[in-house]
Design a protein around this ligand. Structure first.
Ligand SMILES: [Zn+2]
Length: 681
């Protein structure tokens, strides 16, 4: 396999992977080679006859595993953005082996002895601040993985990690199967009154794909609140969709997740105990900016009363609309989105369909997103049609810094397709590192409906915001300026990483930026000023519901991850109900954004005891938005400060110290409370 294009660094500009030469059968042999190479590199560090030093141990570790890292980045990018059976099969095979490999490195006693010896002399080594931080972070990574524990405990850790990875995969598989099985089949088009023509067509196609020609299939998205509920006029159908949504993974059939998730929670608690922590949340959050589970819980509980009061006020208004429709009885959870959408339209006179012609993708990107980055950071962008991504829809831009020097590559993959998972995200393909001589290559993925040939792609306002958000993550990677790859850009604590991307959303509605991009794609007319103003107001409507469903899910996550290793939860529904009750967020009409049985973020992804992160980051976001406003907004000196103090440093410093240096004070809660209308508490 000497011709395997994954095995050598790409010779394309910026190390852009050779996508046109990589085929799926290259991955497994490349992983075999990469794992062996990393093992050999680790053995060489361990067997070095020289006494352990920062260079021969910490830097050597940092430089090891480059091939493995590169192959993993490419595969995981493809399984998210352009999956097929072959790629998924490679991932299924390789994921547990990568986990075991990581354990083998971190639980290697001789290797840890060297890391520990360097760390013990930390104060005598005369390191730069970034070197010192790398040493600290490397030592933390080893100790948190269980290095230094006695052998019997390490053996138990390996078992627990393996068992957990198996159960987490089963949770995900069950959820996928039950979600597909619970999609709601509708016999007549009449029942779909209220749905747009596009959505009806999609439902008809989905039914056909299942062999139900002539019928309509409403598929389910991940959260409790299904988007389709906002437009379905038929109340019985709304009830069917809602009931299907909240019953996923908890029906007692072969896809039931209750026992699995209770076991996951218990095994995580046991793993935390082996590592010396009272519960999983204590273990997970210790290494986050929140610092402790108590700090996270206490902030969520502080926000809850006002959020619930707002949700109740919203419910009262919706109840009036329900009654005006001649419907007797109480507002039900399946009524909420439908009546909320009606109130929003009436109050703000906002019609999403009428707005879309003003939000053409090309203008939003070039005259909005890129324009703002130019004003703030002096960046310029040149499309490189000579460079190809992994799919014909992927576009490549070369990014130049303020002085005209090269900065990196930005890949945009904006359109939805079956092979792409839902949502929007940023990935690194190459991470910035001065030591390795690497400039960044980053990708943004969105799921915008692809227009017919020759037609412009018109976005909803939500999609506009999403593009600004994801580009905020891209900026974090692009302007990163650090020595060590593992400390670059978005390699920051999870409860910090959403902060720069949330801040970048502020420019979507910034008058100068909006005026530059929001123009009718045919007439060139600017978006009317009064519509722009209403857009901002309307985007705030419904914060009571949104904040409450979010807090409920976050508190539920923390309830599951503060149980001890001896806890026996035999009734998942009761555990959930009691947790929500105790936290004061049990509203009959506002279910948590995810119920336990389909809470994939925390039972099969990396967000265990971490769902609180979004609002935790938003405190810093709201603080920073206020700082930009107070200092004149969209200006180079403001952007340069944000870049120098925060974006460029990535994870090479204590990020909260960086935040304080930028903001000039400890973060305060007030701007967030005002933004979310929570000041009444
Ligand atoms: Zn994000």
């Amino acid at each position: 396999m000497t011709d395997n294009p994954l095995l050598a660094p790409s010779d394309l500009p910026y190390g852009l992977p050779l996508f046109d030469r990589i085929s799926d059968e290259h991955f497994l042999p490349a992983f075999e080679t990469a794992l062996a190479e990393h093992r050999a590199e680790i053995a060489a560090i361990v067997d070095d006859p020289e006494p352990p030093s920062f260079e021969n141990t910490i830097v050597a570790l940092e430089c090891s595993g480059q091939l493995l890292h590169r192959v993993s980045q490419i595969l995981f990018n493809l399984t998210a953005a352009d999956a097929n059976d072959a790629r998924r099969a490679v991932q299924t095979e390789i994921a547990p082996r990568l986990a075991a490999h990581s354990d083998a490195v971190h639980l290697d006693a001789a290797l840890f002895a060297r890391v520990d010896a360097v760390h013990a002399r930390r104060d005598e080594l005369d390191l730069t601040p970034e070197q010192d931080w790398l040493l600290h972070r490397t030592h933390v990574a080893f100790t948190r993985a269980g290095a230094g524990l006695p052998e019997d405990k390490q053996a138990r850790l390996r078992e627990l990690n393996e068992e957990l990875s198996r159960l987490e995969t089963r949770f995900q598989d069950n959820l996928l199967a039950d979600t597909n099985e619970l999609a709601v089949l509708v016999s007549t088009r009449d029942e779909l009154a209220g749905l747009s023509d596009d959505a009806v067509t999609a439902a008809a196609e989905a039914a056909t794909a299942r062999g139900e020609d002539g019928k309509y299939l409403l598929t389910l998205g991940l959260p409790s609140a299904q988007p389709v509920l906002a437009s379905l006029e038929n109340r019985d159908l709304r009830k069917r969709v809602f009931t299907a949504s909240v019953s996923r993974g908890g029906r007692g059939n072969e896809h039931d997740n209750k026992e699995i998730l209770a076991t996951i929670a218990r095994l995580r608690a046991e793993r935390a105990a082996v590592l010396g922590y009272p519960n999983h949340a204590a273990y997970a959050i210790e290494d986050q900016t929140a610092g402790s589970a108590e700090a996270a819980v206490s902030m969520l509980e502080r926000l809850a009363p006002a959020a619930v009061a707002n949700a109740n006020a919203e419910a009262a208004e919706l109840q009036e609309d329900l009654a005006a429709d001649g419907v007797e009885g109480e507002l039900q959870p399946w009524d909420w989105a439908y009546y909320a959408e009606r109130v929003r339209k009436r109050r703000f006179d906002i019609d999403d369909a009428a707005l879309r012609p003003y939000f053409e993708l090309e203008r939003v990107l070039v005259d909005g997103v890129f324009h703002a980055a130019g004003k703030l950071y002096g960046l310029t962008f040149a499309e490189r049609s000579d460079l190809a991504g992994y799919h014909p829809d992927v576009r490549v831009w070369e990014v130049f810094d303020a002085d005209g020097g090269p900065l990196g590559l930005y890949l945009g993959d904006f359109f939805t397709r079956d092979a792409k998972r839902g949502g929007a995200w940023m990935n690194n393909l190459v991470e910035q590192s001065r030591l390795l001589g690497q400039r960044p290559v980053v990708v943004n993925n969105l799921n915008i409906t692809k227009p017919a040939d020759g037609e412009p792609a018109l976005l909803t306002y939500d999609e506009v915001t999403t593009l600004f958000h994801e580009f905020g993550h891209a900026l974090h990677g692009l302007v990163s300026d650090v020595e060590y790859q593992s400390l670059e850009g978005t390699n920051v604590p999870r409860d910090f990483v959403e902060f720069p991307s949330q801040v970048n959303e502020m420019w979507a509605l910034w008058p100068e930026v909006l005026a530059n991009y929001a123009r009718h794609h045919r007439t060139g007319e600017p978006l009317p000023q009064e519509t722009a103003a209403k857009l901002e107001e309307a985007s705030r409507y419904g914060e009571g519901f949104r904040t409450t469903e979010y807090l409920a899910a976050s508190l539920l996550d923390l309830a599951w991850h503060t149980i001890g290793p001896d806890a026996e939860v035999d009734d998942v529904d009761r555990f959930e109900a009691e947790a929500l009750q105790k936290a004061g967020v049990a509203l009959a009409t506002v279910p948590p954004r995810y119920r336990s049985t389909y809470f994939a973020h925390v039972f099969s992804n990396a967000y265990a005891a971490g769902y609180y992160s979004y609002i935790w980051s938003e405190v810093l976001d709201a603080e920073s938005v206020e700082w930009f406003r107070e200092n004149g907004g969209l200006a180079r000196e403001n952007g340069d400060r944000f870049r120098a103090e925060l974006l460029a440093k990535g994870g090479s410093v204590d990020v909260m110290e960086a935040f304080r240096a930028f903001r000039g004070r400890d973060p305060q809660l007030q701007p967030l409370l005002e933004r979310r209308g929570l000041t009444a508490a």
